[in-house]
Structure formats: C-alpha cells, structure tokens
Design a protein around this ligand. Structure first.
Ligand code: PMV
Length: 327
C-alpha cells in the first residue's frame, strides 16, 4: 500500500451482494446490526475515490462522476470524514471525488463500495495506517454493508455487541468458489426509500424479531454451504433469507415494497430454471433489481434466459471480486 502524498490518497472498492442480509440496527448511531450477515464481493463494478485534505478548503466537497453531490450526501460523507479526522487529529477539510461505473442507489450496494473506498482513501490520506479490521469497523459507520466490501470474496460481518466487536472478516477468498452474479436490472433509477431509512422501519414489522432470532441458524447454514461449496444448500438458505427480509419490509409501518412486476418475473424465471435443472438462485437487496447467483459454468445460459424476461432492461455480470485497496 503506497501513499500518494501525506494528505491525498485514492482507493477502489467493489459492492457486495448479501447472501444473509443485514436489515435493522440495534444501535442506529453506531450502525450495530440486529444480526450478522454474509456476502460476496463483486468484481467489475467499481467505486474509485480520491480524498485530498487541503489547508484552504472552507468545507468538505463531494463529486460523483464529475458532478457535485447534493448537501445531504456531502453531509453524510463529512460525518464519516469527521471520524477519521478525529482519529488522526487532523482538522483539514477534504475534497472527495468518486467515480462509479454502475447505477448508484438502485439496490446494487453502491453505498457499500462508496464507504469502503472512502474509508481506505481517507484513512491513508490522513496518515493513518490501520489494520483491515479497523478499516472495516470505520467503514461500518458510513454504511453498514461497507464493512464487508473492505474484503474480497466471501465475507462475514460479525454483528458484535459493541462498536469494537462489530466488523467483517474474510470467510473465503474470491478464488474459493467461482459463482457468478447475473444481475437483472429492471429499473436503474435511484430508489425512493434508502436503506438507512429502511433499517429504521425494520423494528415496526412483527416479523423482524423472528427473522433476527433465526439468523444464527441461517448464518451457520450459509457459512457451511460456502466452505463446502454446496450450491443447493446455499441456494435454499439465501433465497429464504432474501424472502424473510422482504417479508419484513412488506410488513413494516409504513410498508416498503421494492419489487416491480419484472422483479417477480425474474424470481419466477429463476425458480423455473432451477426446477428444470439449472443451478441458480435469486437474492434481492433494497431495490427492484434481482441478483441471480450461479456457478461460472452455467452463467452464460442463465444470463441468456434472464435477458429474455420481459421488463429486464440490462443484465450485468459480476464475478467474485477482491478487497478494497489503495490505487
Ligand atoms: O449498508 P446499508 O445501510 O446500505 O444496508 C444494506 C442493506 C441490504 O443491502 C438490503 C442488505 C445487506 O446486507 O447488504
């Protein structure tokens, strides 16, 4: 890891797809999750962020793909930089420039990639040399799922009881098992209700306590299926977990319905494909787009079938990806 100069650094990070979902916080301010989660970091979709702390800046600024971001987004980044500034004893404001090569805020975990890249870049720019677990803890404060994007491959976020013990760890590297995420884009526009607000609603669903109580069992099943590369067991527990999270969303007050008709069409196509012998399962984050996971040998055929589903505007292909890193 080389640093560009004392007060400037660039880092890249990729989103991740959760196989066991994080939904709901036990402590919102610290982003301590109600349950642990497991994900796969994705390659090809990348967020590249440069952070420059400068003496004469009146305030922090944030641009994404060359355009200055609205105040609310910049304020969230500022709060995250404050954590890093406090840790480094630094008082300078920063210029943050991000390039994202996939649709942001459409349930493709752009905030995970964004806050993982921001944390790695800002920590280096501030002169901090932190172990990956500490970077993961810090990234968690920006966006919970970002703590998982610090690592590549298959990753588990230990919920932990407090700030110190809530961070992600690698379960298996990207080369452990070549699954492919065939992402059915049914709507690339930013979603109406972001996940930060969604987490707040989780506790209003009468189903959330049952979902959380059963999470350790699902985490065990998922971890074992990944380590043993057992596709059918992974498919069963991942679809169950995704359905449970969406059941909580649907039964929150007010209810959250992220699906579009094409979302359901893709889910049905996936179930149908599996019934006819193709190894594939779906999982959906906080948005209408559907992630279809399949072994690499089957991904071309699966992608062809997904592309043919009415309402699918685009199919993205993502392979297991590496960890966040200085560029
Ligand atoms: O990290 P957040 O606050 O964007 O929440 C992510 C929530 C889900 O994507 C729906 C699930 C997950 O574990 O990634």
């Amino acid at each position: 890891m080389s640093r560009m100069s004392l007060h400037s650094a660039t880092a890249t990070a990729s989103p991740n797809i959760a196989l066991i979902k994080y939904w709901g916080n036990r402590d919102e301010a610290l982003r301590l999750p109600s349950n642990g989660s497991i994900s796969l970091t994705l390659s090809g979709l990348t967020c590249r962020t440069s952070v420059t702390f400068e003496a004469d800046l009146p305030q922090d600024s944030l641009s994404v793909n060359g355009a200055l971001e609205p105040k609310a987004n910049t304020a969230r980044v500022s709060r995250h930089l404050d954590l890093i500034r406090a840790r480094a004893g630094l008082h300078l404001r920063a210029r943050v420039e991000s390039q994202i090569n996939f649709p942001p805020a459409a349930g493709l975990a752009s905030s995970a990639a964004a806050f993982a890249a921001l944390t790695v870049a800002a920590a280096a720019a501030a002169g901090l040399d932190l172990p990956a677990g500490e970077i993961s803890r810090l990234a968690r404060r920006g966006s919970g799922s970002a703590c998982r994007s610090v690592f590549g491959g298959y990753v588990e976020w230990q919920a932990g009881d407090d700030d110190e013990h809530s961070f992600a760890e690698p379960l298996a590297g990207p080369d452990h098992w070549h699954l492919v995420d065939v992402i059915a884009i049914v709507n690339a526009n930013p979603k109406g209700v972001g996940s930060s607000q969604g987490h707040r609603l989780a506790a209003t669903s009468p189903l959330q306590s049952a979902r959380v109580a059963d999470a350790p069992r699902r985490l065990d099943l998922c971890r074992q299926a990944i380590l043993a590369r057992e596709f059918e067991r992974l498919a069963a527990v991942s679809e169950l977990d995704s359905n449970l999270m969406h059941a909580v969303m649907l039964t929150s007050q007010p209810p959250l319905l992220y699906w579009l008709p094409a979302t359901l069409a893709v889910m049905q196509a996936v179930v149908q494909m599996r019934a006819s012998g193709s190894p594939v399962f779906y999982t959906i984050d906080a948005g209408p787009n559907v992630h279809c996971l399949t072994p690499v040998e089957s991904h071309v055929a699966v992608a062809d079938q997904i592309r043919a589903v009415e309402g699918v505007s685009q199919v993205l292909i993502a392979h297991p990806g590496g960890s966040a890193a200085l560029a």
